[in-house]
Design a protein around this ligand. Structure first.
Ligand code: CU
Length: 709
């Protein structure tokens, strides 16, 4: 059934695209859809820029922002989801759990410390065990560009975001004349990996239709020692967009997304056999060309996630068949006005809202008396947030800018859980939830101010930001991380919001053959929400029991990223980048858990006519600063780690920017290694258990991209 749906959707979309091609044969030379560039969107790639063909360490070209082409090939080849796509950005790491759906982390900060926006909307996963970070629902091929904003240096993209904000976006579309456009790519790689996507749009000055389908699958990969890792996956998505464009500066767009996936996990006793997402989004944008009001943006969205995890679909089950079926419904909206009261002053004023309800049910496999589908869904929590924000960008002198923002949020939560089962399997032990039906309201304030100065060769900046973040679902509700506080069975009203105050300093420059950036930060985090596993509490029947708790501590973090590019001849370019973060748990007087070690990348790229080649050496230092059993909702420290170096090669041939073939060998020397922050390997029948989930060994890949218009 699953396969039939998938094949039907892929074939249907391909046929639709083919039909579109036939319907507009004379449109071949029609004028290309134009892209309206927003202020500051330097990420749009320009052929003259000689961007690397295979992305290995995206550069920070403008203060605090890193832009990546969502469809460009990357090395190492990312496994189709949003987290792995971000991993090449210096400062980004991924907590590995299996083949896909890892958790992205920026400067050692994961989960809701890093806001992830999909086409302007915020989505939250359904899994209490964090199988599905927002990036698990991202199919990068379905987007055009990705932007990382570092630090608490913007307030217009939602609350929290103490470490940064990542936006996956599509370029605006406008057809000056009837025409069509299509993009496609096919990827094949080791371990039975193949990906395909098709993005086709057709339109006229009146409006357009766009359809995007993606499909990817991979078998289990092997680590450098040839050990098979329980990591196979299959992912697919379909997006339909209908746009009405009465003029070049106005658009009303409706989009519907449907996606699903299955993924094996190497770090736990269950796999994700369903990640079904349905999303509807209505967006309005109008840019005025004169007057004080410059732009109006309005968006509403609805998102449902239906997730199933079990121990019998994707693995050999040795015990009792168990399934858990959580789901989350999220609705949200955003309204923003941009004013230009003066030619040098831009002022954004807006409001955003988001509310979500989480429910769950669990039971056994089909045919059992406790089949999960026969159980009733029970709500365990609901959340609502309403925020008001205002940001200004003031160019007060030829070379000087002041950017500042303020944000206020009201956050409300309700704990709907009535009881906890402290027993297991055949021996349930129910206890009432001490915070059953409790409600919480928090008022949160964020703000920043930044000064930017242009030199003849670049830009320097200094910013101070403050962000207050409400605890998320995983921190206050879900048992997998933080059912308990130190004192109570429930942590729901025992955790204070986290408050980050951070200084961001940096420099970007370009001069002759040199290009470089430095971005440094120093942060104080009051009431950092620490997740601690293996915490001993008095037992219920036995003398003690080990639990996972959430508690507030104070922390200090500092570090940064730097990169340099040198073009030593028209054909050759060298690249180096560095990322480091140092975290201290000031309350307990030791290291802050789950901090990635010092990491560096060295690259050499060659280009001649349509041909290109590249070599990449990624080096990670050992991590001695650990706090065993301490970390975040995604994972906790397991112990010290050794350093490693991984060498990769790539090549390519291009006809133009969108039609090209790239290929590579990731981890050429078949090094066996694991990221310091990755999860421990679980005992899974038929697989060898490892201390951490190891990264893939040597892998070959080839990606062919086509553009038709
Ligand atoms: Cu799950």
């Amino acid at each position: 059934m699953y396969h039939i749906f998938r094949i039907k959707s892929v074939v249907g979309a391909l046929l639709a695209a083919f039909a579109t091609t036939l319907a507009f044969p004379s449109a071949l030379h029609a004028q290309e859809a134009s892209h309206r560039h927003e202020h500051g969107n330097a990420g749009m790639l320009d052929e003259a820029e000689l961007e690397p063909i295979v992305i290995t360490a995206p550069f920070m070209e403008t203060p605090l922002e890193v832009h990546v082409d969502a469809k460009a090939p990357q090395q190492p080849l990312p496994p189709n989801d949003g987290a792995s796509f971000l991993k090449t950005i210096p400062g980004m790491s991924v907590v590995r759990k299996g083949g896909t759906s890892g958790d992205p982390m920026f400067r050692g900060m994961a989960a809701s410390r890093l806001n992830i926006l999909l086409d302007g909307g915020q989505i939250l996963g359904g899994c209490g065990g964090r199988m599905d970070p927002p990036t698990a629902y991202i199919f990068p091929d379905a987007f055009d560009r990705v932007t990382l904003t570092k630090g608490p240096q913007s307030v217009r993209y939602g609350p929290g975001a103490s470490a940064g904000t990542v936006r996956f976006e599509r370029d605006p579309v406008y057809f000056f004349a009837p025409g069509w456009q299509a993009n496609s790519a096919v990827t094949g790689a080791s371990f039975g990996r193949h990906d395909v996507f098709l993005d086709a749009k057709a339109g006229s000055p009146f409006g357009y239709v766009q359809g995007i389908v993606t499909h990817a699958r991979s078998g289990d990969y092997e680590d450098g020692d040839g050990k098979t890792v329980h990591s196979r996956y299959e992912r697919h998505s379909a997006t339909a967009i209908l746009g009405w464009t009465p003029d070049e500066n106005t658009s009303l767009q409706f989009s519907a997304v449907r996606s699903d996936a299955r993924a094996a996990y190497a770090d736990r006793g269950m796999d994700g056999s369903r990640f079904r997402r349905e999303n509807h989004d209505l967006k309005f944008e109008k840019s005025m060309r004169d007057g004080i009001l410059d732009k109006v943006e309005a968006q509403v969205y609805h998102n449902t996630i239906d997730h199933l995890m079990d121990n019998y679909h994707l693995r050999h089950n040795t015990g009792m068949a168990m399934a858990s079926n959580p789901d989350r419904r999220t609705t949200g909206g955003r309204f923003a006005l941009t004013f230009l009261p003066h030619e040098n002053l831009e002022w954004v004023l807006g409001v955003d809202q988001q509310s979500n309800r989480h429910t769950g049910r669990s039971g056994g496999a089909s045919g059992s008396t406790t089949y999960y589908r026969d159980q009733k869904r029970v709500e365990d929590a609901r959340f609502a947030q309403l925020g008001l924000f205002s940001e200004i960008d003031w160019a007060f002198a030829q070379e000087d800018r002041l950017i500042a923002g303020l944000r206020a949020d009201r956050w409300r939560a309700k704990d709907s859980r009535q009881r906890f089962n402290l027993g297991s399997g055949m021996m349930p032990n129910y206890r009432p939830n001490p915070s059953a039906n409790a409600r919480r309201t928090e008022h949160l304030y964020s703000g920043f101010v930044r000064y930017e100065h242009d030199f003849s060769f670049g830009t320097a900046y200094a910013g101070l930001g403050h962000s207050e973040r409400a605890p998320d679902f995983w921190e206050v509700v879900k048992e997998a991380a933080g059912q308990d506080s130190t004192a109570s069975l429930s942590v729901f009203d025992a955790i204070a919001p986290e408050k980050t105050t951070q200084l961001d300093l940096g420099l970007t420059w370009k001069s002759g053959p040199w290009k470089g950036f430095v971005s440094a930060f120093y942060g104080r985090i009051d009431d950092y929400i620490l997740i601690q596993s293996n915490y001993t509490k008095p037992g219920l029947m036995s003398s003690t029991r080990a639990v996972t708790i959430a508690r507030n501590i104070d922390a200090t973090t500092w570090g940064g990223e730097a990169g340099i590019d040198y073009r030593f001849s028209p054909n050759w370019k060298g690249m180096a980048s560095l990322a480091y973060v140092h975290g201290t748990n000031d309350t307990d007087g030791h290291a802050l858990g789950q901090m990635p070690p010092l990491e560096g990348r060295l690259g050499l790229d060659w280009e001649s006519g349509p041909w290109s080649a590249g070599a990449l050496l990624r080096l990670a230092a050992r991590q001695n600063r650990v706090a065993v059993h301490e970390g975040n909702i995604v994972g906790q420290d397991l112990g010290k780690t050794a350093g490693f170096g991984v060498f990769s090669l790539n090549g390519g041939y291009r006809w133009n920017r969108k039609t090209r073939v790239t290929f590579g060998i990731d981890n050429l020397f078949n090094k066996t290694y694991a990221e310091a922050i990755s999860k421990s390997g679980a005992l899974i029948q038929g697989y060898e258990q490892t201390t951490r989930v190891n990264e893939p060994g040597r892998a070959f890949w080839l990606k062919a991209q086509f553009a038709l218009e």
